[in-house]
Structure formats: structure tokens, C-alpha cells
Design a protein around this ligand. Structure first.
Ligand SMILES: *Cc1c(COP(=O)(O)O)cnc(C)c1O
Length: 400
């Protein structure tokens, strides 16, 4: 007999270490922009597994590549070269206009690597350990102790203190607050180019240019976390390319593998040689399987001109969400870039997101308590936006 959803959920809850409150849906399969649960119900996906599944589900060219690589070679360790990682490395450094890349298993690990570059860079200068990193309030960089230490969220940090020493927090998009924290021992600034988790706040041009100038003045590294906003999501391959402000170090993950776990940190100029052999490593990171996936994803971005598509559909989504904002007085603000947009409500969005999922069969995600985040697969079309808006409006109305 087919197991019921309730049985699956009960078994999951009995096995899993409980750190998530999950929605009562068990997904089984994806196809294009749709997900199917164990009851065979179809859902429209405007969430992409948290901005991961850029190509939607089951893209044939991508899936064929995974199958081939699975049969050829999965893993070999970094004591040897492997061809997919060399190809992915060349393509990614080129797309990112960076000199060097290190492949990781997740976004968090990419952030860890970036922080180690910053500390190593400072150590190379004076051998001291008393260097400071400026991070931003309302940011998100991951859950390991290092990444959590630069995540400006008291709620996430509090139970795990003491965290890394030497981290101070400025206000995002407030240049004076960054300036006030800079001193001769500042070795880096880390921030998202577009804050994701914190509620979809793009950096202002003035802010990111100002931070770049401060870093230059103090010989500090600018680390841009592009884990969520990178990989074409905003309509440029990396969000900083909108501003023309180049980081010394950047982090990538999420859509890089389109679903296989792969991230990377990249560096250019002086930051590209700050760490030396023996300073950093990983067993899985950059293995042939995940790198074949990343390499194929980068090819597909080129061959299908996905960034141009994102700019076009992003503009359409913008117009449609402006209409939603005009229609409902509980929508207070609308922000974003490309296919990374947010609607801020004057009420908690939990009931709307739950209604969208369970009644309208529309998968959405919140950011904080009052913001709905739109990070769909990048391959959506205008008709999908229309369908999403139709379901969203119903969800807003029945959750009121
Ligand atoms: C998701 C995210 C991370 C963490 O990535 P994981 O793969 O979950 O470890 C870090 N930074 C940003 C901006 C993110 O959105």
C-alpha cells in the first residue's frame, strides 16, 4: 500500500534532528516549473528551493550531463586534478571576472573560505591576530560558527555565543556607519550585494561605491556574498556587475549547481594569493560530479542567454507586483532586482505563504516575518508570472 503523507511526515519527524518547522507537504518529483507531492498534487514553484533551481526541474541537457558524469567519475579528492573542475573553474572565474576559485560544498563554506582569506591577508601584512572584519546588520551568511559570526541577526547568534572575536556590525546602506567602524586594524568588509534573507534590500550605488573606496583607502578586502543574488538572479551574472564595483573576494553557491551541492569562493588581485598550500582544504569540494553540473549550468547560462531573459521577465514581474501593491493596502513596499524581488506587508506573511502553498498550490517563501520573497526559477515566462499573481491574490484575500 502507498504510504500516506501523514505517515511520511510522522516518520520524518521521528528521525530528523528538529531544527525546522516544515510545511506539511512531502514533495516527490519536479518537472519544469512544477512540483508534485506524494498525493500527486501539482504546485507552481516560485521559490526554486531557495533560489537554487535556476533551470527549474528536470532540464534535459542538465540532467543528461549528471547521468553521464555519475557513470564516469563521482569523486577523487583534491590531491589530483579532475577535468570537470578545471572546466568549471575556467568558466566561473571568467564569468565572475576573478583570478582564482576554490570550490566548496555549500554557501556557508564559501563564506568560511572568504573569511579565512581576509584573516590571512591581514596576517601576511603584520603577523598580528587583532584584525577586525566589518559585517552588516540584517545580513545572512550561513550557520557555521564563522559564517554565523558575520550574520547580523541577534536571534540566530545569541544561543551560540561566544562567536568569532573581531567582528563589528554596521548598518547596510548607511555609509557613515561603516566609516565610523573603520580603523587601521580593519582587514575586510563582508556584505551581500543584495540582502536576501534580511528582506530583499539591494545595496545603493552610493553605498557600495563608498564601501569600496573605504576598503581601498585602508587596504582592506571587500567581500561580496553573491550566494543568493549571484548566478544571473538579478539580471547580471553577478549583482555587483550592475554597480561596476568589483569585490576582492566573492562567494557563490545556490544556483551554481542548480541542485547539486556546490559553492565557491573567488578572489582577485592581492587576495588571490593570500592563502598558500596547506591553508585550506576540503574532501568533497570541487569533485567531478558537482563540477560537471556547475560547468553545464554555466554553459546553459551562455547558450540560452539567461541573464537577458531574467532582465525581461524581471521587469514583467516588477510591473505585476506593482499592481498587487497598488491593489492591497496591506502591501507596504516592493523592492528588488531582476528575479529577486520582495513585497513587504504591514502584517505577518506566514498565513499568506501557508495559504498560497496549501490552498493555491503556489510555493513561495518569506524573508523575515513581513516580507514575501520572489526567487523563482530563472526560466519562467510571462504566463507563469500571470498565473502566480492570480494565485497570490487569492492567497492574500483568503488570509485576510
Ligand atoms: C543561503 C545563503 C548562505 C548560506 O548558504 P548555504 O548553502 O545554506 O550554506 C550564505 N549567504 C547568503 C547570502 C545566502 O543566501
Amino acid at each position: 500500500m502507498k504510504k500516506s503523507k501523514e505517515t511520511w511526515i510522522a516518520e520524518g519527524e521521528s528521525a530528523f534532528y528538529k531544527t525546522y518547522n516544515r510545511f506539511p507537504v512531502v514533495f516527490e518529483r519536479g518537472e519544469g516549473l512544477h512540483l508534485y507531492d506524494t498525493d500527486g498534487q501539482e504546485y507552481l514553484d516560485f521559490y526554486a528551493g531557495i533560489a537554487v533551481n535556476a533551470l527549474g526541474y528536470g532540464d534535459k541537457e542538465y540532467t543528461d550531463c549528471l547521468k553521464e558524469q555519475a557513470e564516469r567519475l563521482l569523486h577523487i579528492s583534491n590531491y589530483f586534478y579532475n577535468t570537470p573542475s578545471i572546466e568549471a573553474g575556467e568558466k566561473l572565474t571568467k564569468a565572475a571576472q576573478m583570478d582564482k576559485v576554490f570550490f566548496t560544498n555549500s554557501g556557508t563554506e564559501a563564506v568560511e573560505g572568504a573569511l579565512k582569506i581576509a584573516r590571512r591577508y591581514a596576517y601576511n601584512k603584520d603577523g598580528g591576530h587583532d584584525h577586525e572584519i566589518i559585517a552588516m546588520k540584517n545580513s545572512f551568511h550561513g550557520r557555521s560558527i564563522g559564517a554565523l559570526s558575520v550574520t547580523g541577526n541577534d536571534h540566530y547568534q545569541e544561543p551560540f555565543k561566544p562567536l568569532l572575536p573581531g567582528i563589528v556590525f554596521a548598518e547596510f546602506n548607511n555609509l557613515d556607519s561603516v566609516k565610523a567602524l573603520f580603523h587601521e586594524k580593519t582587514c575586510a568588509v563582508i556584505m551581500e550585494t543584495v540582502q536576501g534573507e534580511g528582506g530583499i534590500y539591494p545595496a545603493t550605488k552610493e553605498f557600495i561605491e563608498g564601501v569600496r573606496a573605504l576598503c581601498d583607502e585602508h587596504d582592506a578586502l571587500l567581500i561580496l556574498d553573491e550566494i543568493q543574488c549571484g548566478m544571473g538572479r538579478t539580471g547580471e551574472m553577478f549583482a555587483w556587475q550592475h554597480y561596476g564595483v568589483k569585490p576582492d573576494v566573492m562567494t557563490v553557491a545556490k544556483a551554481l549547481g542548480n541542485g547539486v551541492p556546490v559553492g565557491a569562493f573567488l578572489a582577485c588581485g592581492k587576495a588571490a594569493s593570500a592563502m598558500v598550500p596547506g591553508d585550506h582544504g576540503t574532501t568533497y569540494g570541487g569533485n567531478p560530479f558537482v563540477c560537471a553540473a556547475a560547468s553545464k549550468v554555466l554553459d546553459i547560462f551562455q547558450s540560452r542567454n539567461l541573464t537577458a531573459h531574467v532582465r525581461e521577465i524581471g521587469q514583467y514581474l516588477w510591473e505585476k507586483l506593482e499592481e498587487v501593491k497598488a491593489q492591497y493596502d496591506i502591501v507596504a513596499d516592493h523592492r528588488g532586482l531582476g528575479l529577486m524581488q520582495g513585497l513587504e506587508f504591514t502584517v505577518p506573511v506566514g498565513p499568506i505563504v501557508a495559504n498560497a502553498l496549501l490552498e493555491q498550490k503556489l510555493v513561495l517563501i518569506s524573508a523575515g516575518t513581513s516580507i514575501i520573497r520572489f526567487v523563482p526559477p530563472l526560466v519562467i515566462e510571462k504566463a507563469d508570472v500571470d498565473e502566480m499573481v492570480k494565485r497570490l491574490k487569492k492567497a492574500i484575500e483568503s488570509a485576510r
